[in-house]
Design a protein around this ligand. Structure first.
Ligand code: FAD
Length: 462
């Protein structure tokens, strides 16, 4: 008889959510986690600590730039880096302990240690082998680097090192203008570092709506971030605690260097499946290191499933969580489902950037007729009151049917506003449905409604 109905390997947002849902559905569940704390990359060295630092430095920025305008005079706060780190750790601890509590509440066994799969139906942790009817692999991802770059997590760091630097550097080069690079770059720019972002492509945030990306770059530049685009980094040399980043501009192949106290390598992440023994049990992998699954997260080996960053798709905590819940439903004999067309993406800078669904670029390529309703936050009273009139909401709807196809927001609270459109898309709503919904005044969400109105007879405050 099996010890467990399900053993989940990995206690990140994919794994812990899967374990909780399995237990709620009456399955005897264990979760294997090798870290000291639950919560995975997201809670320990990802989403949560980065948002704590973004919050603290946003408040600092407000004090430095906007308090006096509101009649709040006096010296801006000085930065106590050690205390800011302690605050960040407190936020992490509160959240990871919360997951431990939820495990106890749901009677999930936390098998502490690194797990491997000696055979289908078996998970080995330390010297013990546990039997399971089903195994869910949720081992996540790790930072990816570039050839010619040696990470020491002191001078040349990944996001993990960047979250816990010994001191605030005077200068930082960020390699890669993706979400993580721009969020961490913003943190250190607000703390006074001179931040230069070097990106291989000609635009920041690849895959994002082009108009939003261009505006975002302008706003970040005004905040002091510098950008070198179309630049292939060739290597980083560290001497006497200083780093020199060598790059070649793609347009004319000219070479240049940048010096910095710290280099953050933010060139993406790769699936982490080391030590699981997948080759031994014959689990099929994809060329880029992800575990291959079918539409119901099953691998080619009966009883072994995989979710989250370890499989294909956007490397996002909420995508992993949704897959965790859905695969639990499948294992309990129900119908788990994830709508991959409606997965929002958010960048937690100031202003925030958020998007869901199709971009104009993708629709053009597809040859689908669409219309765009746009509304600037300059026409939103609440945004202006908090000095966040920069940015806009861009709603995209099908030209014929008016069905909402996507939304791209740069502006205050974008990361929360986007969910109105996620729900609208889930319900197959039209832009008019959004436009006819009463939105409270004065809220940032009125800008979303105005963008929906702009898809029809026109926005009111434009
Ligand atoms: P992970 O969170 O990576 O968890 C996997 C866990 O499995 C780890 O704890 C690992 O220790 C454990 N493990 C691995 N192998 C074994 C083994 N053999 N035995 C036992 N345990 C094992 N996403 C967002 O949606 N929003 C954000 O704001 C955001 N910000 C981010 C900021 C940073 C700096 C970083 C690095 C990432 C961020 N992400 C964000 C991405 C997000 O963290 C990941 O998409 C998410 O954590 C993936 O969840 P997961 O459960 O698949 O894997």
């Amino acid at each position: 008889m099996a010890d467990y109905d399900v053993i989940v390997i990995g206690g990140g947002p994919g794994g812990y959510v899967c374990a909780i849902r399995c237990a709620q559905l009456g399955l005897k569940t264990a979760c294997v986690e090798g870290r000291e704390t639950l919560g995975g990359t997201c809670l320990n060295v990802g989403c949560i600590p980065s948002k704590a630092l973004l919050h603290a430095t946003h408040e600092l920025h407000e004090a430095e730039h906007n308090f006096a305008k509101m009649g709040l005079k006096g010296k801006s706060p000085s930065v106590d880096w050690k205390q800011m780190q302690a605050y960040k750790q407190e936020v992490i601890d509160g959240n990871t302990k919360g997951i431990e509590f939820l495990f106890k509440k749901n009677k999930i066994d936390w098998l502490k240690g690194w797990g491997s799969i000696p055979a289908a139906g078996q998970v080995k942790v330390g010297d013990e082998v546990h039997n399971a009817k089903n195994i869910v692999i949720a081992t996540g991802s790790e930072p990816a680097s570039l050839p010619g770059i040696e990470i020491d997590e002191k001078t040349v760091v990944t996001s993990t090192g960047a979250l816990s630097l010994g001191k605030i550097p005077k200068s930082m080069v960020v390699i890669g203008a993706g979400v993580i690079g721009l969020e961490m770059g913003s943190v250190y720019a607000r703390l006074g570092a001179e931040v230069t972002v070097v990106e291989y492509l000609d635009a920041i945030t690849p895959g994002m709506d082009g108009e939003v990306a261009r505006n975002f770059q302008k706003i970040l530049s005004k905040q002091g971030l510098k950008f070198v685009l179309g630049a292939a980094v060739q290597g980083v040399e560290v001497k006497g605690g200083k780093a020199t980043v060598k790059y070649q501009l793609r347009k004319d192949e000219s070479e240049a260097t940048l010096e910095a106290e710290t280099v953050l390598v933010a060139t993406g992440r790769k699936p982490y499946t080391d030590g699981l023994g997948l080759e031994g049990v014959g689990v099929e992998m994809l060329p880029r290191g992800q575990i291959k699954t079918d539409a119901h997260w099953a691998t080619n080996v009966t009883g072994i499933y995989a979710i989250g960053d370890a499989i294909v798709g956007p490397m996002l905590a909420h995508k992993a969580e949704d897959e965790g819940m859905a695969v639990a439903e499948v294992l309990a004999g129900k119908h788990g489902h994830v709508n991959y067309d409606v997965i929002p993406g958010v960048i937690y800078t100031t202003p925030e950037v958020a998007s869901v669904g199709q971009t104009e670029e993708a629709l053009k390529q597809e040859g689908r007729a669409y219309k765009v309703g746009k509304f600037s936050f300059m026409g939103n009273a609440r945004a202006k009151a908090v000095f966040q009139g920069e940015g806009f909401v861009k709603l995209i709807a099908d030209k014929e049917t008016d069905r909402v196809l996507g939304c791209h927001i740069i502006g205050p609270g974008a990361g929360d506003l986007i969910h109105e459109i996620c729900v609208a898309m889930e319900f197959g709503a039209s832009a008019q449905d959004v436009a006819l919904t009463c939105h409270a005044h004065p809220t940032f969400s009125e800008a979303v409604r105005e963008a929906a109105l702009a898809c029809g007879d026109g926005a009111i405050h434009a």
